[in-house]
Design a protein around this ligand. Structure first.
Ligand SMILES: Cc1ncc(COP(=O)(O)O)c(C=O)c1O
Length: 419
């Protein structure tokens, strides 16, 4: 006798008849781990519950925004109040300067921020600004870094694209304006700038690349990139959509001591609702309409409910307490993993981001190309077992896990045991 389908299975088969692949974003389809995506119904702190009532320790945390955990009371209260006051106005409202002040406090010396809806849009806007500011066309990106799904960025773009086995997306025609260099390779970098330096508008990088595994870069490499962009009159853009506000009330830039010209933010800055931002100095940002001729706009940009979630999240983070909790949890995860003699992986961790790399030999990757197919296969082979054990990790070997301040030491012990 076959068992009756679970609620997730029923919902997924219905969605597959209606929505391409049954999903609103490709990596959610479980394509690279197999099985049926879990339909989450509710989340509380570090735990999520699916439509079948099963609970999971959630280490995906909506892919990063939920640094305070699911349904944090302060954030829910702020959102509820904002929603009661009106879901959208399409006008200016008081949360805009309030959130802008907090963001700029964290990203000084930047003195301008423009709010958009998604990280993709933030990157699009940053690129447009770099081109407008320099009057040049070429954009340099790095293999394995993901910057959203704007056409010119869908080249060597990490998880989703690697997962799908696509070198780049069909339907993209502007990729010839994008140069791609390997991460961490100073000689290659020198060469790119020697050849194309006077035509490069900007170099875009995740300073801590977290979309193709966790590929920790040396500060020296980032400093070299800073020096070369400055020397050649190109802008340096740090894509901190994942990194921003994750390692303290600031950017990863501060952690490595490298100052970019522009920063893109997303995820945490919206506390779980759709907010993203471009941050930089007035000399560049004030090129945006209505002051300048670089166009960017959005019906939902700076939505008051979404900004209220971001504001409540940043106010909580600004107390410092969540970062202290996260560091304790991160160190506990290291310790719990280290005491297991039988482990088959190496844990790459930076603060509250972690990546189990299932290879005991060879280098811990710092470049996309170093991640071995065998390590990916090992991750995939274990994924269903983790779900059975009530552990929810991002469903792809190329994605990083996220600790939230709502996780506990016991959660982290269970994670280490499962891994
Ligand atoms: C570094 C980075 N940049 C940009 C994006 C795109 O953001 P969004 O999915 O909000 O469009 C992502 C998404 O994961 C990201 O990780």
């Amino acid at each position: 006798m076959t068992s009756s389908p679970s609620a997730s299975e029923r919902l997924f088969s219905r969605a597959q008849q209606l929505i391409p692949g049954g999903v609103s974003s490709p990596v959610r389809a479980f394509g690279s781990v197999g099985g049926t995506p879990r339909y989450f119904a509710r989340g509380e702190g570090g735990v999520a519950f699916d439509e079948d009532g099963r609970s999971y320790l959630d280490f995906c945390m909506a892919w990063g925004p939920l640094i305070l955990g699911h349904a944090h009371p302060r954030v829910v209260e702020a959102v509820t109040k904002a929603a009661r006051d009106g879901l959208a106005f399409g006008t200016c409202h008081r949360h805009e300067p309030a959130l802008a002040e907090l963001v700029l406090e964290a990203f000084a010396p930047a003195d301008r921020v423009r709010f958009v809806v998604s990280g993709t849009e933030a990157v699009m806007t940053a690129i447009r600004l770099a081109r407008a500011h320099t009057r040049r066309t070429l954009l340099l990106k790095f293999s394995g870094c993901y910057h959203g799904h704007a056409d010119s960025m869908l080249v060597k773009a990490g998880s989703g694209v690697v997962t799908l086995g696509l070198a780049e997306s069909e339907g993209v025609t502007v990729a010839q304006d994008t140069l791609v260099a390997p991460l961490g390779d100073e000689a290659a970098l020198e060469e790119v700038f020697k050849t194309h330096g006077d035509r490069i508008a900007g170099a875009l990088i995740e300073p801590l690349p977290a979309n193709n595994g966790l590929l920790v870069q040396s500060p020296r490499f980032l400093q070299r990139l800073r020096a070369l962009t400055a020397q050649h009159g190109a802008l340096l853009i740090f894509d901190e959509v994942i990194n921003g506000f994750r390692f303290g009330f600031h950017g990863y830039a501060k952690r490595v001591g490298v100052q970019p010209d522009l920063t893109t933010l997303g995820k945490i800055v919206g506390g779980g609702l759709p907010v993203a931002a471009v941050v930089g100095q007035a000399a560049v940002l004030d090129r945006l309409a209505p002051l300048g001729k670089t166009y960017q706009a959005g019906t939902m940009a700076g939505n008051p409910v979404a900004l209220a979630a971001g504001l409540a999240t940043l106010e909580e983070l600004r107390t410092g307490a969540p970062y202290r909790a996260l560091e304790t949890l991160g160190q506990a995860l290291d310790a719990a993993v280290a005491k297991r003699q039988d482990r088959a992986f190496r844990l790459v961790r930076e603060g509250s981001l972690f990546w189990p790399y299932y290879a005991l030999e060879g280098p811990v990757p710092t470049q996309a190309e170093q991640v071995t197919p065998a390590a990916v296969a090992q991750f995939k082979a274990r994924y269903a077992g983790w779900l059975d054990a009530g552990i929810y990790l991002p469903p792809s070997a190329w994605e990083v896990g996220f600790l939230s301040a709502a996780h506990t030491l016991e959660h982290v012990e269970r994670l280490a045991a499962a891994l």
